[in-house]
Design a protein around this ligand. Sequence first.
Ligand code: CA
Length: 226
Amino acid sequence: MKVLIVEDEISLANEVRNYLEKEGFACDEAYTGKVASEKLFSNDYDLLLLDLGLPDYEGLELLKESIANKTDTAVIILSARSALEDRIKGLNLGADDYLPKPFSLLELKSRIMAVMRRKHGIKANIITINNLDVDLDKRLVTSHGNVVSLTRKEYDILSFLVLNKNRVVTRLQISEHIWGDIIEENYNSNYIDVHIKNLRKKLSDFIDGEFLETVRGIGFKFVEIA
Ligand code: CA
């Protein structure tokens, strides 16, 4: 899952980034509204963490830009506890949640998980599909209690496919989701194919039938087998 952290307090931005990366998120940071606006324009993010109080930019304007261009991006507003009016405006404009500063990183993570669950229409942090239990919180996949041993990248790809089950996910989306914005030139290389091949092999021990379709020239689809 790819997150853009927009926060002009650099130490706070770094702290959030370090924490979220340890928890398995791919993060970009922007310390100014201008950089944030450029990044929002050129990348697909799953989540925007948005400080409304930026030196060079009206935070609510960024929110409008984000929502106008990328309706898939969830938004959590980070704001001073006193900035009630801005928070209300933000929620009215379509932000998914807000977190008053100072916040605990644990609370931030649970808010993120809740927002992503709502966005994908799931109720729990564990998605059950095709005999697999994908625990989004623990980043753990089991099947009838047996751990399915996956590498970090394999897990990232699988969870992304499962969250988008029965829909075609393009190579570019996978690449952006997993590697962030660093690898654009490599997205059509065979990195993804190698991971998909390994995933298919590992999961076929637990799932019968064609659960992971290759859509030629486009991408992949994780199919829920009835
Ligand atoms: Ca600020």
